[in-house]
Design a protein around this ligand. Structure first.
Ligand SMILES: N[C@@H](CCC(=O)N[C@@H](CS)C(=O)NCC(=O)O)C(=O)O
Length: 322
């Protein structure tokens, strides 16, 4: 794995030396927004109007951040409007790669897509990436923004109904997202990529304290904000679905499994069973990627054969219906 520095690819692992062994996630650099009329969004510049066929999404099936964007593409029925390229599961010396030259930029390495947008780009080369075929540039490489664009920008040109960031719940969603991002979504990475015992334990404790709180919340209500599925649920889902297969072992998040939490595990099954969502979960890519790409954590690259997982089993969440 590596990064671009002034447009040059460098093969480097995360540098935790300067941060006391703590993993610090870099913020995303491309922050424009697709909007219904091409007006600027909350950040970046305008000129990215919602149009069928204009945009392309680069994802890794393994990646929880990219997974959010695939879920929103699916729920909002944007599959015919927004094309997708999926990278290979392993992320090694050349970063994310494609098995075949990708149909849009005809490259086999994702960093070339970043260079096509900015020849002097400095930063990590992450998925998801939302590409504009018309202006031949990156609209955004921030999943939190991409799912909000998918949620509403295409509504006027045929996206499916469904608002996962409704006006009346925004404040609560933002509050939950902030906590879940810090302690759960990014929390598992902070535990897994820590290179000091203290940094690991700090992340570990915050993670399980949050999961305990979420378990309590979900014992009282069906979804994180009440009786409607929102963005906050989908953001939590992509971490939960990877948890027992990967984070428990590979990232040493092993105080409890999601399977040990009655409410979280039933909630996970319910979300998994929402039509279309199971098709966005690729457990082979997920396991291969983590166990095979992080050689500093798992030098042999052996992928565990278990655990047995059944997200299609009946769940008990209807007991909490409004
Ligand atoms: N803030 C970004 C984070 C995306 C991210 O870190 N993706 C990981 C894969 S799970 C990645 O591509 N990492 C490559 C790297 O850090 O070099 C987002 O949510 O879109």
């Amino acid at each position: 794995m590596g990064l671009l520095i002034d447009g040059k690819w460098q093969d480097r692992w995360y540098d935790t030396a300067k941060t006391g062994g703590k993993f610090k996630r870099e913020s995303s650099k491309f922050r424009n927004w697709i909007t219904a009329d091409g007006s600027p969004g909350p950040t970046g510049e305008g000129g990215f109007e919602a149009e069928a066929g204009r945009y392309h999404l680069y994802v890794a099936n393994a990646c929880p951040w990219a997974h959010r964007s695939l879920i929103f593409r699916k729920l909002k029925k944007l599959e015919d409007m927004i094309t997708v390229s999926v990278v290979e599961p392993l992320m090694l010396e050349e970063g994310w790669t494609f098995a075949e030259p990708d149909p849009i930029n005809a490259v086999t390495r994702l960093y070339k897509v970043y260079l096509a947008a900015d020849l002097t780009y400095t930063g990590r080369v992450t998925v998801p990436v939302l590409w504009d075929k018309k202006r031949k540039t990156i609209v955004s490489n921030e999943s939190a923004d991409i799912i909000r664009m998918f949620n509403s920008a295409f509504d006027g040109i045929g996206a499916a109904n469904g608002d996962y960031y409704p006006e009346d719940l925004r404040e609560e969603i933002d509050e939950i997202n902030a906590k879940v991002y810090d302690t759960v979504n990014n929390g598992v990475y902070k535990a897994g990529f820590a290179t000091s015992q203290d940094a690991y334990e700090e992340a570990f404790n915050a993670l399980f304290s949050s999961l305990d709180d979420l378990e309590k919340r979900l014992s009282r209500q069906r979804y994180l904000t009440g009786d409607r599925i929102t963005e906050a649920d989908w953001r939590l889902f992509t971490t939960l679905v990877r948890f027992d297969a990967v984070y428990v072992g590979h990232f040493k998040c092993n105080l409890r499994r999601i399977a040990d939490y009655p409410n979280l595990s039933n909630y996970l099954c319910e979300l998994y069973q929402v039509p279309g969502v199971a098709e966005t979960v690729n457990m082979d890519h997920i396991k291969q990627h983590y166990y095979g790409s992080h050689k500093t954590i798992n030098p042999t690259g052996i992928v565990p054969a278990g655990p047995e997982l059944d997200f299609l089993r009946p769940h008990d969440r209807a007991r909490l219906a409004a």
